[in-house]
Design a protein around this ligand. Structure first.
Ligand SMILES: [Ca+2]
Ligand SMILES: [Ca+2]
Length: 507
């Protein structure tokens, strides 16, 4: 190497190391389905701030979680590994308690290792800002018990988030399957004061972090919003955005599950989330739908506060913003509420990127997975690439939304249950081998299961190619929403209870 060459290489290397790295504003929304204005999942949904962000960035209209439940979805996203690779399917365990993942460099640490200041509050991981749920109010007691010595996953954390101010007793009265305290919704607090809400405080703290971010050091700031997770409490002004009549109800058909396999019920066998039957009998369906929409609009407003702070602090042009939901939520579709299904209503999530490296005003219909966020942010920020991540960088789609992604989106729900979502189709296979196939272009509500039609065999074969190659049983200490199946006895085991083929579906 000549001296001139050496100097050239040295300068190139130095400038790439010293080049100002973009900041990251990482925004999570809990249990948020595609009832977002610009996504059109609900035609009345009002989310002006997310719509504005989408207009100055790229929004994915076909993005899916890797498992439709908080802990496994978030663990997968932040580790960059499929749930079927870790065996983390339940609300437990916290992944740091498992030897293979104890020292795994998760997404925020990868940024920390590249000189970033990382800060977070609210619900980023299932336990908040780390195992044991961070500290104070946001600390999940269960997570704290499971991992009492867990450290925060970010350099700076604050104990905000969660429900916030609560009514003295449930607003809707008793709910079936255990009368879980979270299964509640309605107008609260009554004085129209939003400041006592956990998500308001998450936004306030995050605004402060943005404003006081140090000069000369890039930041990775994460804000995890809890709503519209149940209990869906919002003040009256957010309810006033939606009509108090049945026009707000989602479209459903009677007996939609007559053509879905019995095994689909096993994924949500005995959950505290009420079925549609209860909502109708108790006259709570409209109230729940309005409450969910009201909470979505409230959360959108909190995200608006963050985006305003970004503008006012002068960081709009040097900050990558990513907004994601951890999974969707049913509000009566397929006769249930909640998550834990392999249909679009439960797997589809908002996913928006804006900022450096992102072409404004794009809608991308290519399938995308939450797993893709980790490699995407690495590429956008120009950090060292990793070869141990299972997602694909979405950077090509962020430049040109028509660029084909190499594969469909895959969502799993415990071992053996998987959905493969391409641009046109949704294929589902359950652990007992039963199947579903939906034409998402002509049947976006997934009303007609086409799996049994012989002319679709080739489509099914094509989609089966993408089923996870690794498909582990539940990790040690798995609990809550864990499902296993024994093909010899044809019995499933749901949260430790045997479910037989002849057992009536719980209501
Ligand atoms: Ca969730
Ligand atoms: Ca049907």
């Amino acid at each position: 190497m000549t001296l001139v060459n050496f100097i050239f290489v040295f300068l190139a290397l130095a400038s790439s190391l010293l080049a100002a790295k973009p900041n990251v504003l990482f925004i999570a929304i809990d249990d948020q389905n595609d009832w977002i204005g610009h996504l059109g999942g609900h035609e009345m949904a009002k989310t002006p701030n997310l719509d504005k962000l989408a207009a100055r960035g790229t929004t994915f209209t076909n993005a899916h979680c890797n498992m439709p439940l908080c802990n496994p979805s978030r663990t997968s996203l932040l580790l960059g590994l499929r749930p079927t690779t870790t065996g983390i399917y339940g609300l437990s365990p916290w992944f740091r308690t498992l030897p293979p993942w104890k020292d795994r460099v998760a997404l925020p640490q990868h940024f920390e290792n590249h000189g970033y200041l990382t800060a977070a509050t609210g619900k980023i991981y299932h336990g908040g800002t780390g195992g044991g749920g961070g500290t104070g109010k946001a600390k999940s007691k269960k997570a704290a018990k499971e991992a009492p010595n867990a450290k925060p996953e970010f350099m700076v954390t604050a104990p905000y988030g969660g429900v916030g101010t609560k009514p003295p007793k449930k607003l809707i009265g008793e709910t079936p399957m255990g009368n879980n305290p979270l299964m509640d919704w309605g107008v609260w607090p009554l004085d129209n004061d939003d400041t006592g809400k956990g998500d308001y405080q998450v936004a306030s703290w995050t605004v402060e972090q943005i404003k006081k971010a140090p000069k000369g050091q890039p930041f990775f700031i994460a804000a995890g919003f809890f709503l519209p997770h149940v209990p869906c409490y919002a003040t009256q002004k957010w309810f006033d955005l939606y009509p108090d009549d049945d026009s707000v109800l989602p479209k459903i058909i009677e007996n939609d599950r007559a053509d879905t396999p019995r095994f689909s019920w096993y994924l949500h066998w005995l959950l505290p989330e009420p079925r549609l039957k209860f909502l109708k009998e108790a006259n709570q369906w409209r109230n729940l739908v309005r409450s969910y929409l009201a909470c979505t609009s409230f959360t959108d407003a909190q995200i608006g506060r963050l985006l305003t702070a970004l503008d006012e602090s002068g960081h709009r042009d040097d900050t990558i913003v990513v907004v994601w939901g951890d999974h969707g939520w049913h509000l009566g579709e397929k006769e249930i509420t909640g998550k834990n299904s392999l249909w679009d209503r439960s797997t589809k999530v908002p996913l928006i990127f804006a900022g450096p490296g992102v072409t404004p005003g794009q809608r991308c219909n290519q399938p995308a997975e939450l797993l893709d966020i980790y490699p995407t942010l690495i590429e956008l920020a120009g950090l060292t690439k990793r070869d141990d991540l299972e997602g694909l960088s979405l950077s090509p789609q962020l430049k040109d939304a028509t660029t084909k992604r190499q594969r469909p989106a895959v969502t799993s729900h415990n071992q053996g249950n998987h959905a493969v979502r391409s641009e046109r189709w949704r294929y589902i296979v359950y652990a007992d081998g039963s199947e579903e196939l939906y034409d998402m272009v002509n049947d976006p509500n997934e009303w007609t299961n086409l799996a049994a039609k012989s002319e679709n065999a080739a489509i099914i074969t094509e989609h089966r190619k993408w089923l996870p190659k690794i498909d582990l049983p539940p990790a040690p200490n798995s609990a809550s929403r864990v499902l296993t199946y024994d093909p010899m006895s044809d019995e499933a085991m749901w949260e430790g209870t045997t479910v037989k083929r002849s057992d009536p579906v719980p209501e």
